[in-house]
Design a protein around this ligand. Structure first.
Ligand code: PHE
Length: 349
């Protein structure tokens, strides 16, 4: 019987050592130590032994059982660890791999300039207002001192929808709208940005473009003057386009301002020395501006004896071209991502 127990120990130890899976190990436990297992069977045969042999065999069986249980436990721990290692290995993340790039869009250069200008003018106490793109002849022209048949209408070839309605040719229409809407007739400081439309199309003109308009109307005693206009435009140009730029006021004509000016800015390409872009003058035409015409104040409910102010307007697309050195305005509208991608980080640089 002792021999039999030793045999069981030997073979079971071998089998335990070579078990490759937890399931196989469990089967071995049942085979040797289970209720119907081989070692248990030996114990059952004890009844045939002599009283002297019983304790000897009994303790031998117990010893072997303890030993096998221990080996099974150890083997089980080892297999579990192996399994875990395999899992860790297979689920490992290689953090040295480059990540998949999330492709982010960026703001259009025109939008960037609008946001910058709104921030700037709000910081100077201006309101940001809006007006319709489909405008009436009345607000686009008549209330700006451009009655029907006025020759200056020819400067703005328009898209008429009906005799009365057109796509606005200038954001100046919002000047009249703001003055009319302000029924209390309190002072006004506003800018407006938006789309405008004219019948023209080349490298520096598009049939649809964007303008920014500014209007200041204040009590006469506050004495809003050309100096204020010049100071305001200087801040505007230096913040939005370039810190080293200078302005030049050239007398000009707009029906809704008197006196009127075309405002030029130092050529951003040559810095004022003269080049092909500025046609050797050192200056580039940028804005229209002037003191609000008394007729415009009167037509929109402000008494010109009590109120005065200034107005200015310019093309945002032109500002974008100057700020970013874009040579053809049409790039702004062709939605080529190779063009648009270039503005991702340009402002932060
Ligand atoms: N609206 C004018 C234009 O489009 C610009 C302008 C605005 C001029 C305000 C004077 C005052 O040409």
């Amino acid at each position: 019987m002792e021999e039999q127990i030793k045999m069981i120990k030997q073979t079971s130890e071998k089998e335990i050592a070579s078990a490759k899976e937890l399931k196989a190990l469990e089967d071995l436990r049942v085979k040797y130590l289970g209720k119907k297992g081989e070692l248990t069977a030996v114990l059952r045969g004890m009844k045939d032994l002599t009283p002297e042999q019983r304790p000897v065999i009994g303790s031998l069986v117990n010893e072997v059982r303890d030993e096998l249980e221990k080996q099974i436990r150890e083997k089980e721990a080892k297999l579990k660890q192996e399994l875990l290692n395999k899992k860790i290995e297979s689920e490992k993340i290689d953090i040295t791999l480059p990540s998949t790039k999330v492709r982010r869009g960026s703001l259009h250069p025109v939008t960037r300039i609008i946001e910058d200008m709104e921030d700037l003018f709000v910081s100077m106490g201006y309101d940001v207002v809006q007006g319709p793109e489909l405008e009436t002849d009345e607000f686009c022209f008549e209330r700006l001192n451009l009655p029907k048949g006025h020759p200056a209408r020819d400067m703005q070839d328009s898209f008429y929808i009906t005799d009365e309605y057109l796509l606005r040719t200038q954001t100046s229409s919002v000047q009249a709208r703001t003055m009319i809407a302000n029924t209390e007739k309190t002072p006004i400081r506003m800018i407006t940005c938006g789309k405008t439309y004219r019948r023209e199309d080349d490298a520096t003109h598009s049939h649809q473009f964007n303008q920014i308009e500014g209007l200041v109307v204040d009590k006469k005693e506050r004495n809003v003057s050309l100096a204020d206009l010049k100071g305001t435009l200087e801040v505007f140009v230096r913040k939005i386009i370039g810190a080293n730029l200078d302005l030049r006021f050239r007398p000009s004509y707009f029906p809704f301002t008197e006196p009127s000016y075309e405002v030029d800015v130092t050529c951003f390409k040559c810095g004022g020395k003269g080049c092909n872009l500025c046609k050797q003058t050192g200056w580039i035409e940028l804005l229209g501006a002037g003191m609000v015409h008394p007729n415009v104040l009167k037509m929109n409910g402000y008494n010109p004896d009590e109120f005065g102010g200034f107005a200015f307007g310019t093309g945002i697309d032109r500002l974008a071209m100057f700020r970013y050195g874009i040579t053809d305005m049409r790039y702004l509208y062709t939605n080529d991502v190779r063009f648009l991608n270039q503005f991702d980080r340009k402002d932060e640089e």
